[in-house]
Structure formats: structure tokens, C-alpha cells
Design a binder for this molecule. Structure first.
Ligand SMILES: NC(=O)c1ccc[n+]([C@@H]2O[C@H](COP(=O)([O-])OP(=O)(O)OC[C@H]3O[C@@H](n4cnc5c(N)ncnc54)[C@H](OP(=O)(O)O)[C@@H]3O)[C@@H](O)[C@H]2O)c1
Length: 343
């Protein structure tokens, strides 16, 4: 495994981040607790130390599964990222980026993860109803209180991200250190505005769906052959626009020529972009390599930021009262999950 520095944070992460969106019972194609645990263990075995989840993934189940597995490992060695913005479990107040939502959802995420601090807390999208200044102040307070180490953002217009960075600089608040956006061989729109902005601002980039949610892992006519592929076609992501089919065919040719899988070719393309660290999803483990002796990439961004008062690196153990609350809530949730699976 190769490691690199995440944007201007100074924090070292594996170049591959394990995306945990596929953990839980939100859709048929997702992995249950056992499947998720197996994947996380395999990832750690291969040297991955960077995990991405969100409060909304299977209404918090993903965070619970990830937190449970990581509890068996040295928390200090892991970098955990989660997100806030979308509605969880039909609860109106869990949606958006107001101070109320951020404070409540942060506590809920910490509780489900069984941790005292989240390494990277990301806003999942822009909130058109809350002034960005309020969101940034709430996030800044979370950092001051030691609940969050760094903040990040995900998929928005570049002008919005620029406004957020400018506002935090103007007010002396924590600025977003990462951008998690859709970027892969079949979707390169981000090269126009967002990626140059991130490069200029020293923001770390963590592309989501690095293999186009499966589109870049098999011939395009077979994309819908899996349960996930069928689901993704319904979501309507623009993989086929702007020459996606031709790109897919070229990946097929290259994979055959080099005796690799299409997934390997697609990931390799991203890994050769200096600004990116792909978040891989389920099944990506077949493309990973066992860690060699810790080799650190030289792609550190020249732009470094000074960090004030970061919280203790060892303050991330689940407290007994938190564990107790989680168990109690699990007891309540058990029925709900089972009901959903049965439906
Ligand atoms: N910030 C956001 O808004 C956002 C949005 C989406 C995702 N994410 C993050 O990004 C992570 C990854 O997203 P993703 O799952 O869409 O990424 P992806 O890696 O592009 O797609 C994963 C899918 O590709 C197929 N696949 C993966 N590895 C394969 C292999 N080796 N061989 C063949 N097929 C393979 C599987 O689909 P089949 O079963 O169909 O083959 C799998 O479900 C998520 O877990 C989440 O953390 C963030």
C-alpha cells in the first residue's frame, strides 16, 4: 500500500480509501454486518487506514458496522471520515446544514461509530437554505470542542466551494480540507473548475465512484446485469454521456492488452492523477495489493496550513456510557432493521 498526505492536513492516509456506502440494509446489493466486517478487516490487512461513511448510508447502519469493526483495532492508526446533510431515517431535523442539524447529527454519528472524535467531517452537499457562514461556524465549534479534527465537503458547484473557502478565511474559521466529488474515467467534468480550484487551494481530493459504480468494471452493455448496476441505471448518473461508451471500450482493450481487469485499469488511471485518492466501493478488494514496506508517496501539496489546538490523538475510545447507549438503541433498532429486510 502507498500512503500520502491528505491535502494540507499533514495527516497520512492510504492512497486507497475504503468507501462504506455499501454496508447495511438500505438496498439489495448491500453487505450485511458480517460482509462489511470482512471487507474492513481485509482492507486493514492490506494496509488501508482510511474509511469513508455517512450518517445517511442505510440510515446509520454503515457507521455502526464500521465502528464495531474498528473497535477491535488501534483507533489511533485509523482515519475515519463521515458526512452530514441528507435526511436520516425520515427525521426532518437530520437534514440540512443548520447549527442544530450539525450538532445533533455529529453526536449521532459519534455515538454510532463508538468514537469520541471524527477525523474528517464532511458536508455531503451544499445547503441552499442555510447561510454558509452558519454552517462554517458550527463546524468550527465542533473542531474547537475536539469532536472533529478536519472538515471537508462533497459534490457542489466550484463557485459554492470557493465561496465557502473564502468565507472561512475571511472569518478565521476552519476551512474545508477535502473535496469528495464524482470523478472517474467516464465523468471528468470536474477537471474544468473544481479540480484546479482544489489544487490552487491545497485541498485534498477524494473521488467517489472511482469505477463509475461498476460502469468501468465491465462492458457497458452488461452494466445493468447486476443488482447494483440495475439500481445505478435508475439513478441516472451520466456515465454514457460525452463518450462514456467509447471510454468503456478503450478500458476493455487496455485490460485485455495488459492482462488486467477493467477495474484495475480504471483505478490505475485515477491513481496516476496527482490530486486524487479514490474511495473504492464493495468488491474493490480484488484490485488491492498487499502492503509493501511502508512507502510514502512524494505527492505532498506544497501548500501547508498551520493547525491550532488539535485534540489528543488517543482520545477516540468508545466510553462505556456511549457503548451502553448504543446497545440500548441497537435493541430498539433491531426490530426496525429486521422489518425492513423482511419487506
Ligand atoms: N460523497 C458522495 O456523494 C458519494 C456518493 C457515492 C459514493 N460515495 C463514496 O464512494 C464510495 C465508493 O462508491 P461506489 O461504490 O459507487 O464506487 P465504485 O468503486 O466506483 O463502484 C463500486 C461497484 O463497482 C463494482 N466493482 C467494484 N470493484 C469491482 C471489481 N474489482 N470487479 C468488478 N466490479 C467491481 C461493484 O458493482 P457491481 O456489483 O454492479 O459489479 C461495486 O459495487 C462509497 O462507498 C462512498 O464512501 C460518496
Amino acid at each position: 500500500m502507498e500512503y500520502t498526505t491528505l491535502g494540507s492536513t499533514g495527516m497520512e492516509v492510504s492512497k486507497l480509501c475504503l468507501g462504506c456506502m455499501s454496508f447495511g440494509s438500505g438496498h439489495d446489493w448491500m453487505l450485511d454486518e458480517e460482509g462489511g466486517a470482512e471487507l474492513v478487516e481485509r482492507a486493514i490487512d492490506l494496509g488501508i487506514n482510511f474509511f469513508d461513511t455517512a450518517n445517511v448510508y442505510s440510515d446509520g447502519e454503515s457507521e455502526e458496522i464500521l465502528g464495531d469493526v474498528l473497535a477491535g483495532y488501534d483507533r489511533d492508526e485509523q482515519v475515519v471520515a463521515t458526512k452530514v446533510r441528507f435526511e436520516v431515517d425520515g427525521q426532518r431535523q437530520s437534514s440540512g446544514l443548520s447549527r442544530k442539524t450539525i450538532e445533533q447529527e455529529l453526536e449521532n454519528s459519534l455515538d454510532r461509530l463508538g468514537m469520541d472524535t471524527i477525523d474528517l467531517y464532511q458536508i455531503h452537499r451544499w445547503d441552499y437554505d442555510t447561510p454558509v457562514e452558519q454552517t462554517l461556524r458550527a463546524l468550527d465549534d465542533a473542531v474547537r470542542r475536539g469532536k472533529v479534527r478536519y472538515t471537508g465537503a462533497s459534490s457542489m458547484w466550484a463557485h459554492q466551494f470557493a465561496e465557502a473557502l473564502h468565507t472561512s478565511d475571511r472569518l478565521g474559521l476552519e476551512r474545508f480540507q477535502t473535496m469528495q466529488n464524482l470523478y472517474n474515467l467516464a465523468y471528468r467534468e470536474e477537471e474544468r473548475e473544481m479540480l484546479p480550484l482544489c489544487e490552487k487551494e491545497g485541498v485534498g481530493v477524494m473521488p467517489w465512484s472511482p469505477m463509475g459504480a461498476g460502469y468501468l468494471t465491465r462492458p457497458h452493455e452488461e452494466f445493468e446485469a447486476t443488482t447494483r448496476g440495475e439500481h445505478e441505471s435508475g439513478v441516472g448518473r451520466p456515465y454514457e454521456e460525452g463518450g462514456g461508451k467509447e471510454v468503456n471500450e478503450r478500458v476493455q482493450e487496455l485490460a485485455a492488452e495488459k492482462d488486467l481487469t477493467m477495474a484495475q485499469v480504471s483505478l490505475a488511471w485515477l491513481l496516476h492523477k496527482e490530486w486524487t485518492r479514490p474511495s473504492s466501493g464493495r468488491r474493490a478488494s480484488s484490485t488491492w495489493r498487499r502492503p509493501s514496506k511502508r512507502s510514502t508517496s512524494t505527492s505532498r501539496t506544497p501548500n501547508s496550513t498551520t493547525w491550532r489546538n488539535r485534540t489528543s490523538q488517543s482520545a477516540c475510545r468508545a466510553t462505556s456510557s456511549r457503548r451502553h447507549r448504543r446497545r440500548r438503541r441497537r435493541g430498539r433498532r433491531g426490530g426496525r432493521w429486521r422489518r425492513r429486510v423482511e419487506r
